[in-house]
Design a binder for this molecule. Structure first.
Ligand code: ZN
Length: 504
C-alpha cells in the first residue's frame, strides 16, 4: 500500500498542475470579461487557447493512464465514497474522455470559439445574423465531430451533454421536457389571459451605486463569503473560480430596472456559495468543483427564486430597500412589490423571463440544438425556426435576430449541444432539493423572514456543497432527497406559488 500511496501523490501532483493551468485560463477569461480593453481580444483568445492546449496535453499524458491503472487495486480496496477512491474514479472519467479527443481538434475548436465569440459580440448589436452564420456552421461541424470521437452514442448530442450533465441522455431529457411543457403551457395560458400585474415601479430610475450597495448587502447576508470572493462589473454576469479560496461573481446594472442587479447577484452568488462550500481538501483536484451544470444551476435558482423571490425574503429586506429607495418605492406595499417581482408575462429574452415562462425558452433551444445536430435543421434556417418556436410556444414572435436567435452567447462561444438543458434541469432540481431541506427543517421560511439563512445554507453545505464532484448528479440527488430526479416538487412549487398569486 505504501507504493500505492506514493502513486496517488504522484497522480495528485500531475492533476494539480493541470488545475493550475485551467484556473489561470479562468483568470484570463475573467479579466477579458471585466477589465481588459477591447484591443487585447485577439491575443487573449490565443493565450487562452495555448493554456487550454497545454492543459489538454498534460491530461492525456499516458503517464496519467498508467498511474490510474496502477491505482485500480488501491481504489477497489477503498469504500466507493472515500475521498481517495472518488478522486481516482473522477480523474479516470476525465482522462478517458480526454484521450478520445485529439489535441489538434481542441486547439482548432478553442481558436474558432474565440473568433466566433468576437464576431457575435459585433454582429449582435448590428442585428446581422449573416455575419455569424458561417461561424455557426463551423461550430455545428465541430460539435458533430466532437461527438464522433465517442462512437456508440444513442443520440449525437449525448457526448456533448455528457460534458456538462454527466450521465444524462438527450432522449431522456426530451421526454422529461415534454412532460414539463405539457404542465407549463396551460399555466402560462391561464396566467397571461389575466390583466397584467403592475410592475412599473421597478422601472423607475434606481441609481447604480445604490443598486450595487443593496445587492452586495443582500448576498453578504445570504452567506456569500467576501474573504473568498469579490464582485466586479461585466456585460453578461457569470461566476468564476480560480481556487476554492477565490470564487468571484460579476454583475451589471440597468438603472431603469431594479430587478436586474439584485436577482443576477443572488443568482451568481448561489453558484458561488456552492463552490465556496466544497471541502477544502479537494482544492486543485478534479473533485473540487460543482458536479454538473444542472446541479449548479439548481443552486443559483434556489437562492434567486425559491429564496430571493419569496414573500418571506422580502418581509425582511423590503424595509431596507425602502430606506435605500424611498422616492422610487413611495406608496408601494410589500404585497405590490412581491407581485411585481413575480410578474408572469410572455417575453422574448430568456434571461429576463419569469419563473413560469423561463423553461419554455430553454426547452425550445434544446430542441433546436438537437434538430441542428440531427441534420434536420440547417444553420441558414435557424432564425426562422427560432421565430416559429417562439410563436408556437410563447405566442410571441421576435421582430429581429438580435432579440431572437442571437440573444444568447452559448452557441457563439461554445459547442452546439449540451449548452441549455442544465438551466431547466436546474429549475427542476432546485425545487426537489429545497423540498428536502424544508422537510428536514420546516422552520426555514420563518428564519428567512428574520434575515437568517444559516439553516438552509448549512443543509445545502452538508447534503450537497461539501461533496464537490465526488458524487454524480444522479447520486447526489438520490442521496440528498431520497428520490431520483422528478418534476413533481417543481410543478407543486409553481402551482402553489402562482396559484396563490394568480388565483389559479
Ligand atoms: Zn446560472
Amino acid at each position: 500500500m505504501i507504493n500505492q500511496e506514493k502513486k496517488l501523490v504522484e497522480l495528485k501532483n500531475k492533476l494539480s498542475e493541470i488545475n493550475d493551468l485551467e484556473m489561470s485560463g479562468a483568470l484570463l477569461n475573467w479579466d477579458q470579461s471585466t477589465y481588459m480593453p477591447s484591443g487585447g481580444a485577439k491575443a487573449r483568445g490565443r493565450q487562452m487557447a495555448t493554456l487550454a492546449k497545454i492543459a489538454q496535453e498534460k491530461l492525456i499524458d499516458p503517464a496519467i493512464g498508467k498511474l490510474l491503472d496502477d491505482l485500480r487495486p488501491y481504489e477497489e480496496s477503498l469504500p466507493y465514497d472515500s475521498d481517495d477512491a472518488s478522486l481516482i474514479r473522477i480523474a479516470r472519467l476525465d482522462y478517458e474522455r480526454a484521450i478520445r479527443v485529439p489535441p489538434e481538434f481542441m486547439l482548432e475548436y478553442n481558436l474558432h470559439s474565440s473568433d466566433s465569440y468576437q464576431t457575435w459580440a459585433q454582429a449582435r448589436p448590428e442585428n446581422d445574423f449573416k455575419k455569424v452564420q458561417p461561424y455557426l456552421e463551423k461550430t455545428l461541424e465541430l460539435s458533430r465531430k466532437y461527438s464522433d470521437f465517442f462512437p456508440g452514442y444513442e443520440h449525437i448530442a449525448d457526448p456533448l451533454i455528457d460534458v456538462s450533465d454527466y450521465g444524462m441522455k438527450a432522449l431522456t431529457i426530451r421526454k422529461l421536457f415534454k412532460e414539463l411543457r405539457d404542465q407549463l403551457v396551460p399555466i402560462v395560458n391561464t396566467i397571461t389571459s389575466q390583466p397584467p400585474t403592475d410592475s412599473s415601479f421597478l422601472h423607475k430610475i434606481y441609481p447604480e451605486a445604490q443598486q450595487l450597495r443593496f445587492a452586495e448587502k443582500v448576498v453578504r447576508t445570504l452567506g456569500y463569503d467576501f474573504n473568498r470572493g469579490r464582485i466586479d462589473k461585466t456585460h453578461h454576469p457569470f461566476m468564476t473560480k480560480f481556487s476554492l479560496g477565490d470564487v468571484r461573481i460579476t454583475t451589471r446594472v440597468k438603472e431603469d430596472y431594479f430587478g436586474e442587479t439584485i436577482f443576477s447577484n443572488i443568482h451568481e452568488s448561489g453558484h458561488a456559495m456552492y463552490e465556496q462550500g466544497i471541502n477544502l481538501d479537494y482544492e486543485a483536484t478534479p473533485l473540487g468543483t460543482g458536479t454538473s451544470s444542472g446541479v449548479h444551476e439548481s443552486q443559483s435558482r434556489t437562492w434567486e427564486n425559491l429564496v430571493g423571490r419569496s414573500r418571506e425574503f422580502w418581509i425582511y429586506f423590503f424595509p431596507f430597500l425602502k430606506e435605500e429607495f424611498p422616492e422610487q418605492l413611495r406608496g408601494i406595499t410589500l404585497e405590490q412589490f412581491y407581485r411585481g417581482i413575480n410578474k408572469v408575462e410572455r417575453s422574448l429574452i430568456r434571461t429576463d423571463a419569469d419563473e413560469v415562462t423561463y423553461n419554455l425558452h430553454v426547452m425550445l433551444r434544446f430542441d433546436l440544438e438537437l434538430a441542428l445536430l440531427e441534420g434536420k435543421l440547417s444553420v441558414r434556417d435557424l432564425p426562422e425556426a427560432w421565430n416559429d418556436r417562439y410563436a408556437s410556444d410563447l405566442n410571441i414572435k421576435p421582430t429581429n435576430d438580435r432579440d431572437g436567435v442571437m440573444q444568447d452567447v452559448h452557441w457563439y462561444g461554445g459547442f452546439i449541444g449540451g449548452a441549455f438543458q442544465g438551466y431547466t434541469l436546474g429549475n427542476i432540481l432546485s425545487a426537489q432539493f429545497y423540498a428536502a431541506a424544508l422537510k428536514a427543517h420546516p422552520q426555514i421560511p420563518a428564519e428567512i423572514k428574520t434575515g437568517k439563512f444559516t439553516q438552509l445554507h448549512e443543509w445545502l453545505n452538508k447534503n450537497l456543497y461539501q461533496y464537490g464532484r465526488k458524487f454524480t448528479a444522479d447520486e447526489i440527488v438520490k442521496k440528498a432527497t431520497g428520490s431520483p430526479l422528478t418534476i413533481n416538487p417543481y410543478i407543486q412549487y409553481l402551482k402553489t406559488k402562482y396559484g396563490e398569486l394568480y388565483d389559479l
